[in-house]
Ligand binder design. Structure first.
Ligand code: GLU
Length: 602
């Protein structure tokens, strides 16, 4: 069973005057705090719409949109815009993401790819230092103009709203403009994320001036204002997204990427980026066919390439379905989960990226799953890195893995996921990011938002045949995995998480907990986590090691503590549809200081 859940820490909603989260939307005066009918903790059950995000203000904003008649897409966009204010280090304007929507009228699942894109001038060797012929050090790539991909968020918001929304972006930005302008109380999470980035922010005048007032991370309890972002949102509301992609702001973004505002005297080597105005002007958010598989009689939908989220979750579930996963034997079930995940990661690294001809159908076929599952022993562990399989349509039972596996490439550790359901049965699952906490650490001067460093998700030193080598106009492979499960054609579970390449294992483990180990959804989210991504050791939270370490080690698994910071895996949000319009919304109780789940009515 999962560890007992600790008390929910004080959240921003608790600190905010109710006026900031209620009555902001559409200029309608509020009737009270947007705490939702089902309570404002990390788990809430109710009707009329439900939301879970990592942040109380963002959840409050979304529930207010729902209460005022907006649908799940409207509420998801409003919440994401608020996260750009209250969680500026994890996502929004300067980044990208993947959006999944279940349309209750057509009963179809739609996904929209708003992934950041490489400039036209990018090549496979763009991360190689021309003077040494060697790959530039990862830390140098992370904090650079070179790693900034063309941001996709705003075009994605525009596209999902035009296709599936009911409210204009200008109205949905209004609550965020108010909070950015008036400010919000700094909590421990905001302080910690700033402190984590303080050295990097200090080297860019724009980031230093905004995020290090007085030269230091803002103290807990002080009010943080972002008038630059308020003004940016206001102009977007007034002038439309063309100002960002094709107007004055586009020029400012290009200037910032090409000549990052490094403070005088800084010793940091900051590489210039390749982005041009034409890269920004030509950016498109792309509708994509969702990836689909079945697990235990349920339909599982996820994100197609350039994310590896949908296919890797799907393949691992297919393998898992062929392995022993007894509900009464957690150790056996977890052993099967780790082995299935190990094999699916080997295949993702070999085959899945933003390239033509990804063999999605074969990767998700029963024959291939059978061939991969056949390699797994219930009593011993495969030695990682395992080699990729052959999803070639020729499946003759148990193919031996041959050749060497690849080491896991770098993927940053943070992002954010939100889930929304509306009263009509619409569901949105949205994962957005600027790559790692603080992205590139470069703020567009005066505009209040950080630029991503998503291009570090490419293989920085690709070997020949690596599908994830950088290239012009290419989107780096992602692990983001907004996921929706249907039972008999109706939404049953919706979930996603941040965590770079651990996103996939977090989604998998929550599904294992809920579907196979029969935990309720709050317990499935709260349970201790471990992540096996075809790495020599399985990385695990302390609580997981305490609970299962010796028994799994006896089966040949090697466990090490997940290093962090923070030493936690993921920060999931999830929904379960309980029937008759009743929905349970769940956020993290403890990880990243806990999230907030709300419903419109009890
Ligand atoms: N860059 C990561 C990805 O696209 C997301 C970063 C994170 O979740 O931490 O998969």
């Amino acid at each position: 069973m999962p560890e007992p859940v600790r008390a929910l820490p004080r959240t921003r909603a608790a600190l905010l005057p109710s006026v900031l989260v209620s009555g902001l939307l559409l200029g309608v005066p509020g009737e009270g705090p947007a705490s939702g009918g089902g309570g404002s903790s990390w788990a809430a059950t109710g009707r009329g719409g439900a939301v879970a995000t990592v942040d109380a203000t963002a959840s409050g904003t979304a529930v207010e949109v729902l209460r005022q008649g907006g649908n799940a897409v409207d509420a998801a966009v409003a919440a994401a815009a608020m996260l750009g204010v209250t969680e500026p280090y994890v996502g929004a304007l300067g980044g990208g993401g993947f959006f999944l929507y279940y349309d209750p009228r057509t009963r179809e699942v739609h996904t929209v790819d708003g992934r950041e894109t490489a400039p036209a001038a990018m090549r496979a060797d763009s991360f190689t230092d021309p003077s040494t012929g060697k790959p530039i050090p990862l830390e140098e790539a992370v904090t650079s103009g070179l790693s900034v991909g063309v941001p996709g968020t705003l075009r994605q918001w525009d596209l999902v709203l035009r296709r599936h929304g009911t409210r204009p972006l200008s109205a949905l930005l209004r609550p965020s403009i108010t909070v950015a302008e008036r400010g919000f109380p700094v909590d421990q999470e905001f302080h910690d994320q700033t402190a984590l980035n303080a050295d990097r922010f200090a080297d860019f005048s724009s980031s230093r001036d905004l995020f290090l007032p007085g030269g230091e991370p803002p103290k807990v309890g002080t009010v943080f204002r972002n008038p630059g972002l308020a003004d940016t949102y206001r102009r977007i509301a007034r002038q439309g997204i063309g100002w960002f992609y094709d107007g004055d702001l586009a020029d400012e973004i290009v200037r910032t990427v090409q000549r990052p505002p490094v403070v005088e005297g800084s010793t940091r080597k900051v590489r210039a980026g390749l982005m041009t105005a034409s890269d920004l002007a030509s950016y498109r958010a792309l509708p994509r066919e969702p990836v689909h598989t079945r697990y235990r009689g349920l339909d599982v939908y996820g994100m197609a390439p350039p994310s590896s989220g949908g296919s890797t979750v799907g393949e691992a579930l297919n393998i898992l379905e062929r392995l022993p996963v007894p509900s009464g034997d957690h150790v056996q079930a977890l052993h099967s989960y780790l082995e299935a995940s190990k094999l699916a990661y080997a295949d993702r690294d070999r085959y899945v990226a933003d390239v033509p001809g990804v063999p999605l159908k074969e990767l998700l076929s029963d024959g291939f799953a059978g061939e991969r599952a056949c390699l797994v022993s219930p009593t011993s562990a495969l030695k990682p890195p395992v080699a990729a399989g052959s999803p070639d349509g020729q499946y003759a039972g148990c193919a031996a893995a041959s050749g060497a596996g690849r080491p896991l490439a770098h993927e940053g550790p943070q992002t954010t996921n939100l889930v929304v359901a509306d009263r009509w049965g619409g569901v949105a699952v949205y994962t957005l990011t600027i790559e790692q906490f603080g992205g590139s650490a470069i703020t567009v001067p005066g505009r209040g938002f950080l630029l991503n460093n998503e291009l570090t998700d490419f293989s920085l030193a690709p070997k020949s045949g690596d599908p994830n080598a950088a290239g012009p106009g290419k989107r780096p492979r992602s692990s983001m995995a907004p996921t929706l499960l249907l039972r008999d054609g109706r939404p049953f579970l919706a979930l996603g998480s941040p965590g770079g390449s651990t996103i996939i294992t977090t989604v998998l483990q929550i599904l294992l907990n809920r579907l196979d180990l029969r935990m309720d959804l709050p317990s499935a989210v709260a349970a201790p986590r471990a992540t096996q991504r075809n790495t020599p050791a399985t990385l695990a939270e302390q609580s997981f090691v305490d609970a299962h370490g010796p028994a799994l080690t006896a089966r040949g698994q090697t466990l090490e503590l997940f290093p962090g910071p923070p030493p936690e895996i993921g920060a999931a949000t999830a929904l379960e549809f309980l029937g008759d319009g009743l929905v349970q919304a769940v956020a993290e109780p403890v990880r990243r200081h806990g999230g907030t789940a709300l419903t419109v009515r009890d």
